[in-house]
Design a binder for this molecule. Sequence first.
Ligand SMILES: Cc1cc2nc3c(=O)[nH]c(=O)nc-3n(C[C@H](O)[C@H](O)[C@H](O)COP(=O)(O)OP(=O)(O)OC[C@H]3O[C@@H](n4cnc5c(N)ncnc54)[C@H](O)[C@@H]3O)c2cc1C
Length: 562
Amino acid sequence: MAQSEPMATVERSAGITHEVVNQPPPLVDYNVFEADTVLVEAARREGAEWAEERIAALGAIAGSERIQALGAVANENPPKLRTHDRYGHRVDTVDFHPAWHELLGIAVEHELHALPWKEPGSGAHVARAAAFICMSQAEAGIGCPISMTYSVIPALRVQPELAAEWEPRLLSPNYDPRNAPAPEKSGALAGMGMTEKQGGSDVRANTTVARPVNGGGPGAEYELTGHKWFMSAPQCDAFLVLAQADGGISCFLFPRWTPDGERNRFRLQRLKDKLGNRSNASSEIEFDAASAWLVGEEGDGVRTIIEMVNHTRLDCTIGGAAGMRAGVAQAIHHTSHRAAFGNELIDQPLMRNVLADLCIESEAATISALRLARAYDEAIAGDGEAQSLKRIANAVLKYWICKRAPAHAGEALECFGGNGYVEESGMPRLYRESPLNSIWEGSGNVQCLDVLRAMVKSPASVDAFFAEVDEGAAAEPRLAAFSKKLREGFPGDVETIQVRARRVVEQMALAIQASLLVRYGDPAIADAFCASRLDGDWGRAFGTLPPGTDFTRIIERHRVAV
Ligand SMILES: Cc1cc2nc3c(=O)[nH]c(=O)nc-3n(C[C@H](O)[C@H](O)[C@H](O)COP(=O)(O)OP(=O)(O)OC[C@H]3O[C@@H](n4cnc5c(N)ncnc54)[C@H](O)[C@@H]3O)c2cc1C
């Protein structure tokens, strides 16, 4: 614009009668890893320092303007079911927008589906978790097939000959979306089919039947007849599914193509019209004497597939933390560039309280999710205490972090005012995605009941949990008092334990998050967390921290510096 030309004239020529002011620039083109102090610190602390360059490389991609835009495009152009080809042959596949393929290709190339199995060792799960948090901020939908492919490996290893055949394909860094037999492809992805119409949490109610083709037994071929009511990413090359064999509910590997190169006998009935997660396909499927191979013993299906579920549950927790980080980054950015009543929003005392409260929740989620990922690394290395901690903390943190995510996303959205309710801000997408992690892989109540089960069947997990809490309690009297009360109440009145389960699990989550914040978080954040979440100096909505809180320090720690 020429110096002498008044702005209003230029805007008018663009069909606008006024100068556009007080509207923030988009938050794009920044490294979502390097700009996240909390995540960088946690990744280092929990053993993933060696992977920092790799995570940062992905962080730059995920935060780039182009890749951020692809996430939106993939949601605006949801997958389409294609049941037949043009000649009338059944194909039962799904057509995705190129944006989806590019995003999923990036995740596979960066080995979010494979890293801890290809490079096991200190910090492997932590490095992957940090990278997953980065990529989820570009688009969460691709996390579904990525998570299932990563999680299928430990369950598949129960049947070594099936693992030997499939692992090299599933760990490949090549994304090959073709609908072709897996041996002809340069890489494969895996899914999971447990949920049926009559029950998802209660998988023992499954009615899909498995009949042995030739005597049956571990690793042998069966034919599956029945359905799955939810089966996400149905374009995958293979799935672990549950079905009733003579010996009871059993786990099977169901490939898209049979070993002789024929289409397996299944039909995709519909794709779900979902609240969020719209870039990803979730299907209803019928098995019509489909070929599948038994993984483990007949009757051991739940025990076998739970190995997979334990890993997808970890990803729900990590995904919840990723959503909160995205919300905090966006909310701080918007309020830094928007003024009302004569001041930037971020300088308004009440807005500072809201932002700081969101930051605290996000930091607690990130550091506890990465601590949990370290327990996975340590458990694999044979550390019994880590195994015990993982057993109970997985359900505790999945429950609480996923439960907090929708409230957090709603409040972050509100920081934008009306702009936050409008699609192009990206906040509606974040908000719609936010309840899903709590439903997936065992909904909130199911997680709480699992914590009760761990208490009964694995008392060592309770000891490991409190050992972790006590490390922080030694330095923080409020946590010491909170933890003492919690422990004294264990298990309390057995008659009412289920009724009280949510309250107990919530308190456990707060205790472990406080312990981590006290030891490793910023002192201002640890103090505000203990004052609000443990000591009760807090309201029922975000933005109700006590007046003495160091709001500036908390917000600045979470600000994206671009
Ligand atoms: C987008 C999407 C994708 C999905 N993809 C897949 C997939 O790929 N593969 C797959 O197998 N499944 C998938 N699911 C299914 C999902 O895992 C189930 O919906 C979930 O486990 C809950 O099961 P349900 O829907 O049968 O609900 P129900 O089991 O009917 O549960 C309903 C409610 O009751 C609660 N509840 C259950 N039992 C108890 C109890 N004893 N006490 C108190 N409360 C209880 C639950 O917590 C829940 O809140 C998907 C779901 C969604 C939404």
